[in-house]
Design a protein around this ligand. Structure first.
Ligand code: HEC
Length: 219
């Protein structure tokens, strides 16, 4: 940690202590939020491709956190607005080609590397999907924050990738991986396309892993 950040933390803590001692009332939750944000900001610095702008919450993050803390669901109208704004960010693949190679998709889904200060700008990241989802039955190590994606395409009736009746689920899956908030305002799933974690061809490989009838996920 840089000397300057240490000093900043010390002065922020001193300021909070003064607030606690000097006032008969405790700081409001807004003041506490502000102090926490200041401490967090002072605790990190830019290094390589990892910049402190990652600490800046967008409007949706803020609204979802407020709803979460209050224990009430997000206002329905606001949720719809957040979803519509996120839907508008989705870049659909050129020529309508959504499906790559499931074998490469499995490697990308397994890989949780990338986006750290030691990674080079523009280098390919992993998708980190197993961190939250079961996908191929053969992989027994996976997180459960998200639903199981085993048999994903099969359960949704994708028997032929080129059949017109497969189009809706293919498009939804692309959109969900690109920007999960387009369909769930407060989704906890990382926005792989929107945040530039995955490139278009990597997304196509993961699509194949989930949807190709030949993928082990659908056996
Ligand atoms: C930090 C956890 C997390 C990670 C990492 C994650 N997801 Fe998710 N995912 C979720 C959660 C939670 C849901 C369900 C809630 C929602 O819809 O947002 C979900 C939902 C989904 C759905 C929709 C399922 C349905 O039945 O509609 C798909 C598809 C999906 N994830 C694919 C992926 C893929 C592919 C990756 C890797 C690129 C991935 N997820 C990475 C947490 C995660």
């Amino acid at each position: 940690m840089k000397k300057q950040s240490k000093l900043l933390i010390a002065s922020t803590l001193a300021a909070s202590a003064a607030l606690l001692v000097g006032c008969s009332t405790l700081p409001s939750s807004a003041e506490l939020d502000k102090m926490t944000a200041e401490v967090a900001k002072a605790s990190f610095r830019d290094q390589g491709i990892a910049k402190t702008d990652r600490l800046v919450q967008d409007a949706a993050n803020r609204e979802c956190m407020v709803a979460d803390v209050s224990g009430k669901p997000l206002d329905e109208k606001l949720a719809k607005q957040i979803e519509a704004a996120n839907l508008a960010t989705i870049k659909w693949p050129a020529g309508g080609y959504y499906i790559g190679d499931w074998k490469q998709g499995e490697k990308i889904a397994q890989n949780g590397r990338g986006m750290t200060w030691s990674d080079k700008a523009g280098s390919a990241n992993g998708g980190n999907c197993y961190n939250c989802h079961q996908i191929d039955k053969k992989e027994i190590s996976y997180g459960t924050l998200g639903p199981s994606l085993y048999n994903y395409g099969k359960i949704r009736g994708v028997k032929n990738l080129y059949a017109p009746e497969s189009a809706a689920v293919i498009q939804y899956t692309w959109g969900k991986i690109y920007n999960s908030r387009a369909y769930n305002a407060c989704s906890q799933m990382p926005r792989a396309g929107h945040m530039g974690v995955l490139k278009e061809d990597q997304m196509k490989h993961i699509m194949a892993l989930l949807l190709d009838p030949d993928s082990p996920v659908n056996k």
